[in-house]
Write a protein that binds this ligand. Structure first.
Ligand code: TYM
Length: 368
């Protein structure tokens, strides 16, 4: 298993990541505290898609005493958005609404330029714009959402970035990110830039409040180094809440833009979605007769995961589907067909909202 901000490989063992990264599991008790402020528990918490955290309890302690927090998350715009990226963003949107709080969203057009030999700044900046449309389509409130495009908005980030960079040694950066002699020096400096938005709220408003970062667990190395230096700079340590990876449509592994055949992008046309789902890895048997007799295995099925993560909100129906799969009552073809319909309906609606976002995108820019 390899889990870094730039690479996720092998079967991800989330319990082991909690131990190795030194994060905390989301306990029942903590979720009860969250529910006090949000009425119902978000599906992604209920199903433990978000499964781990750092300092969520401290953020709630402060919140309950009257200190607000801000949300911070982001995207490395190296290509089109896939539905895996939407998982933490959907959850973030709900936090924004329930806690009525600001979101800072960083578009790291510089990061993707530095780490990918074949990319150009023109391409990553263009993807930043395109990806922002996907974000806005999810319903974030413009008055509470501040998108930072690194290249364009570097003047807002640069002083904080320098303060951060000065306090992280090369040895720490190398051991946290695996830098090598061949790594370009832009990339080596770059993690200080992902740290900067954790602290930008104070610069903009004078309020010193913690940032809570919802993201998949691959981004965690950034937060480890940022947390180490935050208090030295007079800020709260940024808190995190980590989600699992939406798997790809193949046998194991996360959905990843570098494997387009097993990823669903928001701009994929219906026929392509159908084809990708049709070719997906499932827990099915060699023949329909055998499957009717012995049932299939939903625990290894990529299709089932999509119902679990995004496309079956009704727990009762989810369990029913699982049982029918295990007992051979439904076959993979039916599950694939249902998912294709649900997914295409979702994407059609998403694209409609995405198109409308073009008229309001400027209202979300941090420099509006
Ligand atoms: P990026 O573009 O790799 O990913 C964007 C967000 O999507 C999450 N993610 C996934 N979540 C669920 N299932 C998946 N299959 C999946 N693949 C990716 C990532 O964890 C991330 O939350 N360096 C960052 C950009 C960034 C950022 C941040 C991210 C800047 N500041 C603060 C999170 C928080 C990047 O390249 O993300």
């Amino acid at each position: 298993m390899v889990v870094t901000p730039w690479e996720v490989r092998g079967k991800v063992d989330y319990e082991r990541l909690i131990r190795e990264f030194g994060t905390q599991p989301l306990t029942e008790e903590l979720l009860k505290r969250v529910t006090k402020h949000t009425d119902a528990l978000h599906l992604q918490l209920q199903r433990r898609i978000f499964f781990s955290h750092r300092d969520l309890d401290s953020v709630l302690d402060l919140y309950e005493k009257g200190t607000k927090f801000v949300l911070y998350t982001g995207r490395g715009p190296s290509g089109p958005v896939h539905i895996g990226h939407l998982v933490p963003w959907i959850f973030t949107r709900s936090l924004q609404e329930k806690f009525n709080t600001r979101l800072y969203f960083q578009m790291t057009d510089d990061e993707k330029f530095l780490i990918d030999d074949d990319s150009s700044l023109k391409a990553t900046r263009n993807y930043a714009y395109e990806n922002a449309l996907d974000l806005i389509a999810l319903g974030f409130k413009p008055e509470n959402t501040f998108i930072i495009y690194d290249v364009e908005d570097i003047d807002l980030l640069y002083d904080i970035t320098l303060e951060v960079a000065k306090r992280i040694t090369y040895s720490t950066a190398r051991s946290s990110f695996g830098f090598q002699d061949s790594t370009n020096i832009g990339w080596i400096f770059w993690p200080a830039l992902q740290a900067a938005p954790c602290f930008i709220h104070k610069k903009l408003t004078g309020e010193n409040v913690p940032a809570l970062i919802p993201a998949a667990i691959d981004q965690d190395p950034y937060w480890r180094v940022t947390r180490d230096i935050a208090q030295k700079l007079g800020y709260h340590k940024p808190a995190q809440i980590h989600c699992r990876f939406l798997p790809g449509l193949g046998a194991g592994g996360k959905m990843s833009a570098s494997e387009p055949e097993t990823s669903i992008f928001t701009m994929d046309p219906p026929e392509l979605v159908k084809r990708k789902i049709w070719n997906a890895f499932t827990g099915g048997k060699g023949t329909a007769t055998e499957q009717r007799k012995t049932g299939a295995d939903p625990t290894v099925c990529s299709i089932f995961q999509y119902y679990y993560y995004l496309f079956e909100e009704d727990d009762r129906k989810l369990v029913e589907r699982e049982q029918e799969c295990k007992t051979g009552k439904i076959l993979c073809g039916e599950c694939k067909k249902d998912l294709t319909e649900k997914l295409n309906k979702f994407l059609e609606e998403h694209r409609r909202k995405r198109e409308k976002a073009k008229n309001v995108i400027e209202k979300y820019h941090i420099k509006r």
